[in-house]
Design a protein around this ligand. Structure first.
Ligand code: ZN
Length: 222
């Protein structure tokens, strides 16, 4: 163990200077107390690289669009670099969430899918294939999410089944209600999506019913 000749203290680890008086320590060092965090260093390095690339793309596309007036899509009524920036901002937001620990994979997935779909709707609105996205892509992707959520609820032991179930039911039923109140015919894919959501809800109640009830009781203290 090292020691400080002035403070008369012993210092563990392999510090070079006394933590109190900053003098040089005497004696032999031991194994360091805090091993090097190489994984975190690598992660943070890649995080910085992608952040740099994202900014380069945002600045380049903004410059080409606003200063040179470059057009990438005929008949686009909006500056395309704004759409590029929107996608990259949400991508960055997603990366930041991924680096946070302790969020369930189901929540990350559901949130990511919803964000991407909203951006896809905005993009397709300006580019001109809005109805394909609204009537086919969105319901099919949401159906996939609902099925994946169901599988996660079945294998998750920590008891978040209620959250999955309610999410599934809401994303399944909500579009149908929107179509009903806007007095438009509900597209076939959305109807299938609604049916899948209700069927899986019933299935989850049958297979996981007791856990759902106990979770409601725990949360409401009844
Ligand atoms: Zn000292």
């Amino acid at each position: 163990m090292k020691n400080c000749p002035y403070c008369k203290i012993e210092v563990g680890g392999n510090l070079k200077k006394c933590p109190l008086c900053q003098s040089k320590l005497n004696g032999d060092g031991e194994r360091p107390y805090f091993p090097k965090q190489t994984t975190l260093q690598i992660q943070s390095f890649f995080y910085k690289i992608q952040l740099f690339i994202v900014w380069v793309v945002v600045i380049m596309s903004g410059g080409l669009d606003f200063m040179f007036g470059l057009r990438v899509w005929p008949g686009l009524h909006i500056h395309w670099s704004l759409i590029v920036a929107m996608w990259l901002i949400v991508f960055e937001f997603g990366i930041m969430r991924l680096f946070k620990r302790g969020i369930s994979s189901s929540r990350i997935m559901t949130m990511f899918v919803m964000l991407v779909l909203v951006m896809l709707l905005v993009t397709s609105y300006y580019i001109g294939f809005f109805f394909i996205v609204a009537e086919w892509v969105c319901p099919i992707v949401i159906m996939g999410t609902i099925i994946a959520n169901f599988v996660l609820a079945m294998i998750d032991k920590s008891g978040n089944s209620m959250v999955y179930l309610l999410t599934n039911l809401i994303v399944g039923i909500f579009p149908y209600i929107v179509f009903h109140f806007t007095e438009r015919d509900c597209p076939i894919a959305w109807i299938v999506c609604l049916l899948v959501s209700v069927i899986l809800f019933v299935g989850a109640v049958i297979f996981k019913g007791r856990e759902v009830v106990s979770e409601i009781q725990r949360r409401l203290n009844v």
